[in-house]
Design a protein around this ligand. Structure first.
Ligand code: KG4
Ligand code: ZN
Length: 340
C-alpha cells in the first residue's frame, strides 16, 4: 500500500510543505520571505515570525494540491537541523502537533542529507533517472559547501568541505559588495549571462585535500572594486555583467577542481550536485561539460529541488519511514552540525 509523507521545511527563510506518495511527488509548495531582501541577509527574528504566519496556509495548500485528505497521511517528516533555531522551532512544533493530532509517526530529517536525497524524488508516469550507490554529491548552499560520499540512503561521509565561507555565501557577499540585494547568487547568475567570464581574474585559493575556502576570494573582490572605484566611480555599473561572470567563474572553477580531484581519488564516477548553488547556470554547464568529456556521469536536480524545499524532506522521511526510524515528542532542533 502507498505511503503518503508530509514534509515540512523551515530551516532558514523558506516555509515549505510537500507531499510524496512513496517516492512520487504530489505537491511541493514554497513560500519565500521577501522581507529579508533589503537587509543584506536573513534576519532570524523576522524569519521565524514569517514562518509562523506562513506555515498553516502552506501546509493546507500542499495537502490540497496533492489531492488527498490529511487522514491519508502516513507520517509527518520535518527538518530538525541545521538552520536558524527560531525558524526550525516553528516547523518542529507544527510537525509534532500535527503528527500527534493524526496519531501518525513523527520523523526528523537532517537538512543536508535531504538536499542529497532530493535526487531520489520521482514523477508519476515518467521515467526518472536516479543515482546508484556509491555516488558523490557536491552540496553547495548558503550555509554549506561539502563533497559527500553516499554509500546508502543514510550512510554518508563528508570527504571535503569549506574551511570558511560557503559557496552561496561567496555569491551573496560578492553581490552585496556590488550593491545587489539579498540573495545575490541568482542575480550574479542572471547578469553574468551577458558578461565575459575571463574579463577579470581573481587568485585561486590553495587549500589542501578536498577542502574549500572562499573568504580570500571575497576579500580580493572587495579590494579590486575599491581600487577601481577610486579611478572610476561608475566602475561597477559599467562592468556589471563582466564582474558577475568573472566572480562566478572563480567560484565555479574552485568547486569543480576539488570535485574532479574527489572523483579521481575515490574512483566514484557518478556525481550529483545539490543545494541552492546547484541552480547556478555556470556550475550546471561545467558539470555537463565534464559528463560529455566522460569524466563522470552527472545528476543535476530540477530547479524546484535546488533551493530549500520540503519535497527533499519528504523523500528523506519516506526512506526513514521504511526503516521505522521514528522520533519521539521530546525531539528538539539543532542549529549547527549534521548527522553526517
Ligand atoms: O540551499 P539554499 O536554498 O539554502 C541554504 O540551505 O543555504 O541555498 C541558498 C543559496 C544562497 O546563497 C543563494 O544565493 C544561492 O543558494 N543561489 C545561487 C543561485 N540560486 C540560489 N547562487 C548562484 N547562482 C544561482 N542561480
Ligand atoms: Zn538548504
Amino acid at each position: 500500500m502507498s505511503k503518503y509523507i508530509l514534509g515540512i521545511e523551515s530551516s532558514c527563510d523558506d516555509t515549505s510543505a510537500a507531499i510524496l506518495q512513496d517516492t512520487v511527488i504530489l505537491s511541493n509548495v514554497i513560500a519565500n520571505q521577501e522581507i529579508h531582501s533589503g537587509f543584506g541577509g536573513v534576519v532570524p527574528e523576522l524569519a521565524s515570525r514569517a514562518h509562523q504566519q506562513n506555515i498553516i496556509p502552506v501546509i493546507h495548500e500542499a495537502i490540497k494540491r496533492a489531492g488527498i485528505s490529511k487522514n491519508q497521511l502516513s507520517a509527518v517528516a520535518f527538518t530538525r537541523g541545521p538552520g536558524l533555531l527560531g525558524s526550525l522551532l516553528v516547523g518542529t512544533s507544527f510537525a509534532k502537533s500535527f503528527a500527534w493530532a493524526l496519531n501518525i509517526p513523527l520523523i526528523e530529517v537532517d537538512h543536508m542529507q535531504a538536499h542529497i536525497l532530493a535526487h531520489f524524488i520521482t514523477k508519476a508516469d515518467e521515467y526518472s533517472r536516479v543515482p546508484s550507490f556509491p555516488f558523490l554529491c557536491l552540496t553547495v548552499s548558503g550555509g554549506h559547501t561539502q563533497i559527500v560520499r553516499i554509500d546508502d540512503y543514510f550512510s554518508m561521509e563528508i570527504i571535503g568541505q569549506t574551511i570558511d565561507d560557503a559557496a552561496g555565501e561567496a555569491f551573496d557577499k560578492a553581490a552585496k559588495i556590488m550593491g545587489l540585494p539579498y540573495p545575490g547568487g541568482p542575480l550574479i547568475d542572471k547578469f553574468g549571462k551577458e558578461g565575459n567570464p575571463t574579463a577579470f581574474r581573481f587568485a585561486k585559493p590553495h587549500i589542501p585535500e578536498l577542502n574549500y575556502s572562499f573568504s580570500g576570494l571575497k576579500t580580493s573582490f572587495l579590494y579590486f572594486l575599491r581600487d577601481n572605484l577610486k579611478n572610476d566611480p561608475d566602475f561597477i555599473e559599467k562592468n556589471k555583467a563582466d564582474l558577475c561572470a568573472s566572480i562566478q567563474k572563480a567560484i565555479v572553477d574552485s568547486l569543480m577542481d576539488k570535485l574532479i580531484k574527489a572523483v579521481s581519488q575515490t574512483g566514484i564516477a557518478q556525481v550529483a550536485i545539490a543545494g541552492g548553488v546547484s541552480a547556478n547556470s555556470a556550475l550546471r554547464a561545467a558539470i555537463l561539460q565534464k559528463q560529455s568529456e566522460g569524466v563522470f556521469e552527472a545528476f543535476i536536480p530540477e530547479f524546484q529541488y535546488t533551493t530549500d524545499n520540503a519535497a527533499m524532506i519528504a523523500i528523506a522521511g519516506y526512506y526513514k519511514y521504511l526503516n521505522g526510524a521514528f522520533s519521539d515528542y521530546s525531539v528538539a532542533p539543532y542549529s549547527r552540525g549534521s548527522v553526517m
